[in-house]
Design a protein around this ligand. Structure first.
Ligand SMILES: C[S@@+](CC[C@H](N)C(=O)[O-])C[C@H]1O[C@@H](n2cnc3c(N)ncnc32)[C@H](O)[C@@H]1O
Length: 260
């Protein structure tokens, strides 16, 4: 569905055969440093570098998907709970909102956006959610997600670049962990989330806080975009919470918005 195959620009085609080589080259040539690595615990540095391959400065969408395809088998090991806690944080936040609303978790329909290998589904399942779909562009990540037998439906697609095939007002909730980053979801992903979530439903997103200050797509754009969607009467802000130890001992920010 995503036009990834039609995009020809790929950092890997510039003479690099793997993400590892790419990062190695960046380090040895000092062309670009591994952004954000300062302060990462020593034992998590290898995982940080693996993650950085998919978030490196200037990465194209196609290279990003290819990097996840190549990384998929080691993703859960590298970004294990403790190192990366996005899935637990987004599931906790959504669960709390449902408890507040007194909703039955088995009934509500949730879309996990940028679902990866399905770790958010695992956490939602623990809270009693049973009607969970996934949207994820990487075939190899989806392959692992499928093996969890948690998700009902998979959309192999991206969000934010075009209208997905999902009908208007399909989902009660969208949950997304780790889908924001260099070359990942553009701010327009929020518009598409609003389109596919029913009025009264919630969008819950967790991302690394520091991306708001150095990922060009988000700097002075993501939060102003959210504010303009609120001003246009498309959604309302429920909460914005900075949380510690989202990943690599760095803060995350959890956004909760209600669709109007
Ligand atoms: C860091 S992983 C997070 C995976 C999973 N949510 C988790 O928390 O483990 C980021 C995922 O976002 C996906 N992704 C990146 N850009 C996307 C986009 N525009 N639309 C949908 N998914 C995207 C990638 O393919 C990758 O699987």
């Amino acid at each position: 569905m995503r036009m990834s195959s039609s995009h020809s620009s790929s950092s890997f085609s510039d003479g690099c055969t793997s993400g590892e080589a790419q990062v190695g080259e960046m380090m040895s040539n000092n062309v670009s440093k591994i952004i954000g690595e300062e302060g990462v615990p020593e034992e998590a540095k290898k995982a940080y570098e693996a993650n950085y391959k998919a978030h490196r400065k200037g990465i194209t969408y196609d290279s990003m998907v290819k990097t996840y395809d190549e990384w998929a088998e080691k993703y859960d090991q590298d970004l294990c709970p403790g190192v990366y806690n996005g899935p637990e944080l987004v599931a906790n936040a959504l669960n709390q909102e449902l408890d507040r609303e007194g909703k039955n978790k088995e009934d509500v329909r949730v879309l996990d956006v940028a679902a990866g290998t399905g770790r958010v589904g695992v956490e939602l399942y623990k809270f009693g959610f049973r009607n969970i779909d996934a949207l994820e562009p990487s075939e190899k990540m989806l392959h692992l997600l499928r093996q969890r037998n948690i998700y009902r439906k998979e959309w192999q697609d991206s969000i934010g670049f075009h209208q997905t095939k999902i009908q208007d007002d399909t989902y009660d909730y969208v949950a997304s962990a780790g889908g924001m980053g260099e070359g990942h979801m553009p701010v327009t992903a929020i518009d598409e989330m609003i389109r596919i979530v029913k009025p009264g439903g919630l969008i819950v997103i967790v991302m690394r806080e520091e991306y708001l200050s150095y990922v060009n797509e988000y700097v002075n754009k993501l939060e102003p975009h959210l504010s303009s969607l609120v001003a246009e009467g498309k959604c309302e802000k429920v909460s914005r919470t900075v949380v510690p130890n989202y990943c690599f001992n760095k803060n995350g920010v959890v956004f909760v918005y209600k669709v109007l």
